[in-house]
Ligand binder design. Structure first.
Ligand code: ATP
Ligand code: LTN
Length: 335
C-alpha cells in the first residue's frame, strides 16, 4: 500500500518503433482504466531490451517515444509515476540479490526464454536467461499488489511470487506477494499475429504484416487487416479451429467495446471482404486520437524530460526503501 491505495507496477520494453495493438489492448489500455483507483507505477523497461541486441541511438529514441505513447494512450503523468527502469539503480542491485534466491531450473522452464533462445540462437546470453529475475525485482521493489500484463507474461509474474515467498520464508515479511492481473480475453489479453494466428502479435515479429503498430497510418492498418490469414469457410463465426477469424473478432470487439457475440451477429451472412473492411475501419478509428496525441507530445521534448525526471525521483525513493530493508535482512553492513 502507498497511502490508502494498493500498488500497481507494469512496464513495456522500448523494443520497437511503436507499440503494437497487442501491447495496447493487452496492457496499456487496461493500465489507463486502473490509474485512478490504484497507486500506479508504469515503467519503460529499457534494461530488459538489452537481452536482444539493440542499436544504442535507436534504443534512446524508442524509449522517449514509448513515454510519449504511454501518455498518448491516456496515462496521466500527474496521477501515475512514469519512469525509465535504468534511471533507478535499485533494479539492478535487487536483481543480483534475488538471483541468489532463484533456481536455474525455474528459469530454464520459462516459455519466453525457450522461445527467444530459439529465435536468437546466436545470442543466448545470460541476461535472456535472467530476464524474469530482473522483472521480479521491478515488481518487488515497489511492493506491488497487482501486475497488469498480457497472458504471455503471467508465468513471469508467478515466478516473481515464488521468489518473494521464498525470500520472505527465510527473512520474514519483506515483500508483498504480487498478483498477475490479466484482462479477459475479449478485452484483448492475447492478440494473435495477423499472419500466423496461432502465434502472439509481437513487436519484434520479422514479418511487419503480422502486426498492427499503433503508429501505422490508417491505410496501412486497413491493408494489413485485409491481408490477414483467415480460412476457406467464408463464415464469420467464433469457434475452435477458426484462429484467424477469432482473432479479428476479438480485435473488433476490443476496439469497439462490443461483445464478441454482438460482433458475430453483426456480420452474420456477410463475407470476409466486408468483415475485414469493417475491422480495419474500427481499428483505424481507435488509433486516430492516439496518433494525434502522440504527435503533439513528441513536439514537447522538454515536457517529456520533466516527466521522466520527476518519475525517476519518485520511483527511486520508493525503491530505495525496499532495497535498504533487503540489504539489512541479508546481512550487508550499512554504509
Ligand atoms: P517483444 O516482441 O520485443 O518481445 P512484445 O510485443 O512481446 O515485445 P512486451 O514489451 O514484451 O511486448 O510486452 C508489453 C506488454 O504487452 C506485456 O504486458 C505483454 O503481456 C503485453 N502483450 C504483448 N503482446 C501482446 C499480445 N499479442 N496480446 C496481448 N498482450 C500483449
Ligand atoms: N517483461 C515484460 C515487461 C516488463 C514488466 C516488468 C511487466 C518488464 N518488467 C514488470 C510487468 C512488470 C514484458 O511485457 N515483456
Amino acid at each position: 500500500m502507498i497511502g490508502d491505495k494498493k500498488v500497481i507496477l507494469s512496464g513495456i520494453q522500448p523494443s520497437g518503433d511503436s507499440i503494437t495493438l497487442g501491447n495496447y489492448l493487452g496492457a496499456l489500455n487496461n493500465w489507463v482504466k486502473l490509474q485512478s483507483e490504484y497507486r500506479c507505477l508504469y515503467m519503460l523497461a529499457d534494461m530488459h531490451t538489452l537481452t536482444v541486441r539493440q542499436e544504442p541511438s535507436q534504443l534512446r529514441a524508442r524509449t522517449l517515444s514509448l513515454l510519449a505513447q504511454y501518455i498518448a494512450a491516456g496515462l496521466n503523468p500527474q496521477e501515475n509515476i512514469l519512469f525509465i527502469q535504468s534511471h533507478v539503480p535499485a533494479h539492478a542491485e535487487l536483481t543480483w540479490i534475488l538471483n541468489c534466491y532463484t533456481q536455474m531450473g525455474e528459469l530454464g522452464r520459462m516459455t519466453q526464454f525457450k522461445d527467444k533462445s530459439k529465435r536468437h540462437a546466436d545470442n543466448i546470453n545470460a541476461g535472456l536467461y535472467d530476464y524474469p529475475v530482473l522483472m521480479a525485482a521491478d515488481i518487488l521493489l515497489y511492493q506491488a499488489d497487482m501486475v497488469p500484463v498480457g497472458t504471455d507474461q503471467k508465468q513471469h509474474v508467478e515466478l516473481a511470487r515464488d521468489i518473494a515467498q521464498r525470500f520472505n520464508g527465510v527473512h520474514g515479511d519483506v515483500f508483498t506477494i504480487p498478483e498477475p492481473y490479466i484482462a479477459p480475453p475479449s478485452a484483448g489479453s492475447k492478440i494473435k499475429s495477423l499472419q500466423d494466428p496461432t502465434a502472439k502479435m509481437s513487436k519484434s515479429d520479422p514479418n511487419p504484416n503480422g502486426c498492427i503498430f499503433m503508429l501505422d497510418p490508417p491505410e496501412v492498418v486497413i491493408k494489413k487487416i485485409k491481408r490477414a490469414v483467415t480460412d476457406s469457410e467464408a463464415e464469420v463465426a467464433y469457434r475452435e479451429g477458426k484462429d484467424g477469424v477469432n482473432n479479428l473478432l476479438t480485435i473488433y470487439a476490443a476496439v469497439t467495446g462490443k461483445s464478441v457475440e454482438d460482433a458475430v451477429s453483426e456480420f452474420a451472412g456477410k463475407g470476409y471482404g466486408d468483415f475485414k473492411a469493417a475491422v480495419g475501419e474500427a481499428v483505424a478509428e481507435c488509433l486516430r486520437p492516439f496518433q494525434l496525441n502522440y504527435r503533439t507530445l513528441m513536439n514537447s521534448k522538454d515536457y517529456l524530460e520533466s516527466v521522466y525526471k520527476d518519475g525517476a525521483e519518485q520511483a527511486g525513493r520508493i525503491a530505495e526503501r525496499t532495497l535498504n530493508k533487503v540489504k539489512k535482512k541479508v546481512g550487508f553492513v550499512p554504509r
